[in-house]
Ligand binder design. Structure first.
Ligand SMILES: NC(=O)c1ccc[n+]([C@@H]2O[C@H](COP(=O)([O-])OP(=O)(O)OC[C@H]3O[C@@H](n4cnc5c(N)ncnc54)[C@H](O)[C@@H]3O)[C@@H](O)[C@H]2O)c1
Length: 197
């Protein structure tokens, strides 16, 4: 039975909502975020909804924190069936205003965080014939002005997901990519940049 899920960025917004949704079906949830207070609130909501699990501080920029999270899933759940690479930050600004540090930060979280999540959990997912769900954005498909670094990161998540979709079919790991438009969360709290898109 598939009922073990890891979610990054689970301390707020979409990650929290996904956790509570699957808690209602009794799933075991590994909840990761840099926001530890948010994680504790999510775990309370998960338990109220009928699920259970654990929280772990994990910065998706740091591969060793993701491999430690995969290890924790091994120890507590005996593996993992679904990962949701959801952690993300917002940024904006016209290209002339964006610094190279802005680019590095955006790519490190929103793109490489997803690459590292997939890589750290692949051995577990191969064993469970599990599922990767990557949260990209409508920005991966329609590149609006004033947010080039966000657009590039999200287009990268889409390209990664489509590459893995084909590559991982032979090991029976499914891959999905989600491209939502705007919805109300705390995303703008992480906003860096001079221009709001
Ligand atoms: N809200 C929207 O309109 C919208 C639209 C399209 C896509 N998305 C994507 O949905 C995902 C979730 O965003 P949200 O809207 O729920 O925002 P949110 O800010 O409410 O939640 C994002 C969570 O990610 C966490 N996070 C940030 N950097 C992290 C890091 N380095 N390591 C671990 N966790 C980190 C934050 O602490 C936060 O709890 C993001 O990938 C975002 O780009 C959001």
């Amino acid at each position: 039975m598939h009922n073990r899920m890891m979610i990054t960025g689970a301390g707020s917004g979409l990650g929290r909502e996904i956790a509570v949704r699957w808690a209602g079906d009794g799933w075991q949830l590994a909840l990761a975020d840099v926001n530890e207070a948010g994680l504790r609130e999510t775990l309370d909501l998960v338990r109220t909804a009928g699920g259970d699990g654990f929280v772990q501080r994990c910065d998706v920029r740091d591969y060793s924190q993701l491999t430690a999270l995969a290890q924790a899933c091994e120890e507590r759940f005996g593996g993992c069936d679904v990962i949701v690479n959801n952690a993300g930050v917002a940024s904006g600004g016209f290209f002339a205003e964006l610094s190279l540090e802005d680019w590095d930060w955006q790519i490190a979280v929103n793109l490489m965080g997803v690459v590292k999540g997939c890589k750290a959990f692949l051995p577990l997912l191969e064993r469970s014939r599990g599922r990767i769900i990557n949260i990209a954005s409508m920005a991966a498909l329609m590149q609006g002005p004033g947010m080039s670094n966000y657009n590039v990161a999200k287009a990268g998540v889409l390209a990664l997901s489509e590459s893995l979709l084909v590559e991982l079919r032979q090991v029976e790991v499914a891959v999905h990519v989600v491209c939502p438009s705007f919805f109300q969360t705390n995303l703008l709290d992480s906003f860096r940049g001079r221009t709001l898109p």
